[in-house]
Design a protein around this ligand. Sequence first.
Ligand SMILES: *[C@@H]1O[C@H](CO)[C@@H](O)[C@H](O)[C@H]1NC(C)=O
Ligand SMILES: *[C@@H]1O[C@H](CO)[C@@H](O)[C@H](O)[C@H]1NC(C)=O
Length: 171
Amino acid sequence: MSRLYLLFLSVLLAELNDETAAENCAPGFRVSDMSCIDEDECEDEPCGKSATCFNTQGSYYCQCVTGFWINKDKVNFTADEAVECRDINECRELNNICGPNTECSNSAGSFYCTCLPDFMASNGQERFNASQSVTCKDTRSGSKSSAGLQHFNPTLPTFLPVILWMLMIYQ
Ligand SMILES: *[C@@H]1O[C@H](CO)[C@@H](O)[C@H](O)[C@H]1NC(C)=O
Ligand SMILES: *[C@@H]1O[C@H](CO)[C@@H](O)[C@H](O)[C@H]1NC(C)=O
């Protein structure tokens, strides 16, 4: 037999071998170098928008990215389930997440809080979120209390009558 013929035969045998091996690979595995290796299903991006794909041995699963969900109870899913990740409306789902005297605004994948008119955030920022432990202070009562403080300040006007009285006595 010629060398060429031998080469041809060995290539043919190798291919046959691969095909038999492929038939013997479990679902989610493919043949490589005459053995079954895991197929990375995530390469085909099966999870859709706003989701992360996790490859596993022989399979995969999807999870929505932070701020998105399928519903309250579902974390893992696959493309077979024909579901998609939707934005979580934190303002509706997490009751009063921003605290008192605030307004909550939903955004794609997140949310933010603002103070009601006449209220000011304790961190001085217009927008904040629940993780920053910001409170909204009433700016009107704030100006009232600072006016009240002045009354109790022991300044000259407070002691003026006393001084005048003392001057009268020691005249
Ligand atoms: C999602 O799947 C991963 C991997 O199988 C598993 O570890 C995790 O517990 C699952 N999470 C839920 C909530 O089922
Ligand atoms: C809250 O605000 C901080 C500071 O701006 C930011 O780093 C963080 O990602 C925000 N968290 C959420 C859930 O929006």
